[in-house]
Design a protein. Structure first.
Length: 83
């Protein structure tokens, strides 16, 4: 049994760019998982610094389902859109 509260907010994924992070967020919210994109405007204020990327955060209790959703979405992309 975990001693960490399920309602803790944890980083789910780091995106290549802010657009990708917001697409992931929309996908998760479409599946009923609340999420938040953070760091998506950092490059506007300080420029494109390596290591500073947009991230998607979710409640700890939703991590497993969220990972599954993102993995399924990636495998279902048409070949020309898959990174």
């Amino acid at each position: 049994m975990s001693t960490q509260p399920e309602d803790d907010i944890v980083r789910l994924a780091t995106a290549s760019n802010p657009v990708q992070a917001h697409l992931w967020q929309q996908l998760l919210e479409g599946e009923g998982i609340q999420s938040r994109t953070v760091g998506d405007y950092l490059d506007a204020g300080i420029g494109d610094i390596p290591g500073l990327r947009a991230e998607v955060w979710v409640h700890r209790k939703n991590v497993e389902r969220a990972v599954e959703i993102l993995q399924n979405a990636k495998t279902n992309l048409p070949a020309d859109e898959d990174e």
